[in-house]
Design a protein around this ligand. Structure first.
Ligand SMILES: [Zn+2]
Ligand SMILES: [Zn+2]
Length: 235
């Protein structure tokens, strides 16, 4: 006897939520995500096809295998995963489920996805993120990134949220999820982030000039921050 699941023919592709770590390619020219589960070793782009993580020759999702992309139906279910210690630096992704999918009680396992939006939580210090900065770990060829505010980004390799969105491409939106509610805009402050996209072959004078520019931007940002805080806060 062969058990068949009922087939669905939705008029619009289903949507869901998941969490992932943002990643930046070693050369700083590409951005994507890597999953938080054991099967999530391979970074993926904004629009991506699943392949069997066990290297089996079948299409994902296969009924007798647990490979394929995963997401949950409810935003709150995905947000709950961000409470887990090792997921604190992950970001929340809004997903469009494309291609074949298998529906579960909590979500989908599926063949192809588009990441529509990434919501970046606050910096580890609690302030609103303006950048995604080197998190200190990664995959071969990819650095994992984590939310950073202007005060904590310092000299780490980082990209503004807007730059991350541009490098990831395919219409991805990247927004800072929480922090100071008085702030507006989702592009971060480009003056406070370090653009890793410096051209190759810069000599010492150019690099010195670049460093001076970065220092000037940092000084400008800190003086503005000090004014906003009434000059009372420690820097
Ligand atoms: Zn498989
Ligand atoms: Zn911070």
């Amino acid at each position: 006897m062969r058990l068949r699941l009922p087939e669905e023919r939705p008029t619009e592709p289903p949507t869901g939520f998941k969490i992932a770590h943002p990643v930046l390619s070693q050369d700083g020219t590409r951005a994507g995500f890597t999953g938080v589960s054991l099967g999530g070793a391979l970074p993926y782009g904004v629009v991506a096809d699943a392949s069997c993580v066990y290297g089996r020759r079948h299409r994902s999702p296969a009924r007798r295998c647990d490979c394929g992309f995963h997401c949950v139906h409810e935003r709150a279910t995905a947000e709950a995963l961000l409470c887990v210690a090792e997921h604190r630096a992950a970001v929340l992704l809004d997903i469009t489920v494309l291609g074949t999918y298998i529906r579960f009680e909590l979500g989908f396992r599926y063949a192809r996805q588009r990441v529509r939006a990434a919501t970046v939580g606050p910096c580890a210090c609690g302030a609103r993120a303006v950048a995604l900065a080197d998190a200190g770990w990664g995959r071969p060829g990819w650095r994992a990134l984590a939310a950073a505010c202007a005060g904590c980004v310092r000299g780490r390799t980082s990209v503004s949220l807007a730059t991350f969105a541009r490098l990831a491409g395919d219409g991805l939106r990247v927004v800072a999820g929480s922090g100071d509610p008085g702030e507006s805009g989702d592009s971060g402050d480009p003056a406070a982030t370090v653009d890793p996209g410096l051209p190759e072959g810069l000599g010492v004078p150019e690099l010195v000039a670049e460093a001076a520019l970065l220092q000037a931007r940092l000084d400008w940002f800190q003086s503005r921050l000090a004014r906003l805080e009434g000059g009372g806060a420690e820097q």
